[in-house]
Structure formats: C-alpha cells, structure tokens
Design a protein around this ligand. Sequence first.
Ligand code: CA
Length: 225
Amino acid sequence: MRVLVVEDEPRLAGLLARGLLEAGHTTDVRHNGGDGLLAATVEQYDAVVLDVMLPGLDGLTVCRKLRERGLRVPVLMLTARDAVPDRVAGLDAGADDYLSKPFSFDELLARLRALHRRTTDQADTVLQTGDLRLNPGARQVWRGDTAIELSAREFDILALLMARAGQCVTRYEILNEVWDGETDLRSNVIDVYIASVRAKVDKPFARHAITTLRGAGYRLEPDGG
Ligand code: CA
C-alpha cells in the first residue's frame, strides 16, 4: 500500500512512517495541511492518515477539499482523545474512519487494511476542468473527446494545475511536487515543460488554458481555457 501521513507532531510522524515502512508500505509524510492536501491531490495514495489538528489547513478542511475535488482516497482521521464532536465532524467532512489518540499501531494497520479492501474495487476518480479531464490512476488526459499523450512530468504538472484550477500554482510548488526538489528554481526546466504541456493541451485546440503569472507561477483557467 502507498500511504500518506499528514501529522505535524514530529515524533508521532516519525513513528508512523517507520512503522508503516516496516509493515511493507511505501510512506510519505507531510507536516501541515496545505502540503498534505497538495500531495494527496497530485500523488496516488491507497490511504491517507490525517491528523485533525494541523497548522495551516486543519485535517477537516483538508478532507473536505479532497472530496470537493472528487478524490475518493480513503482517509483515516486521527482525532484527539475521546473528542466525539471531532469524530462526527471528521465523518461529515468525508473521512472514512477515525482513530482516537493514543492508538495502538496494530489497530492503525488493521484499519488501513480494512479501508483498502473496501475501496479497491471502486472506480478511478477523474479531475475535470472545463472540457479537460484527467484520470490520475490511469494517467490519461482528454480535451473533449480527444485523448492527449503526455510524458510523466507533463502529466504531473497538468494534474497539479487542474487540482488547483483557478489558483496560482507557484514555481516552487511545481518544483517540489513534480521534481521532488531535485532541480533548482533558477533553471528553466519548468518553463520548458510548461511550454510542452501548452503545445499538447492548448495549441491544437486553439485554447489558452495555462496563464503565466510573471514572477509568481502559473494558473489553469477554471473553464479549461
Ligand atoms: Ca497535530
């Protein structure tokens, strides 16, 4: 299983990451709500372990936004003590299950396995912006009825822009999410890739969906251009 852990408390985040790895699961950790939301939107996870109390966006907001974006990744919410209102709010926000802190790691693993079983036969989710559609699971893109072939990085950039359609996505965020920070901001690699995404997604259709925001980043027009 591929699991995303969103937990700001370093000790607990470290324990979870180590435990999940030892149990054979690939694990990414994010330490605040905004980074967690971005990762869960752009990457494909089999489950998200999401703390409620997070700096920036709290866990409930992250979960609600994921569901608004049509992402059905199973979410296991970590709630404080026996805070019943937290649990109810979590389920209302679209979480699939919750665990109260402190919890046993074995129980966490069991809950994750159960969530995974429950969701494995569900259909893939598709992101849609205007007449642009993108299926993260199948890694397919269409403009209207026309399928578009993109390279892996082009695809990741478009997925990021679509997940945040109508908003500015900074060059730093693109670098972080698509290149894992492996290249640096001074290089023109992002410009090159944006140009090639435009050449495939916009140009053949006489559209201008991707706007350059000078000195800031890029924005995908919410109507798909
Ligand atoms: Ca916390």
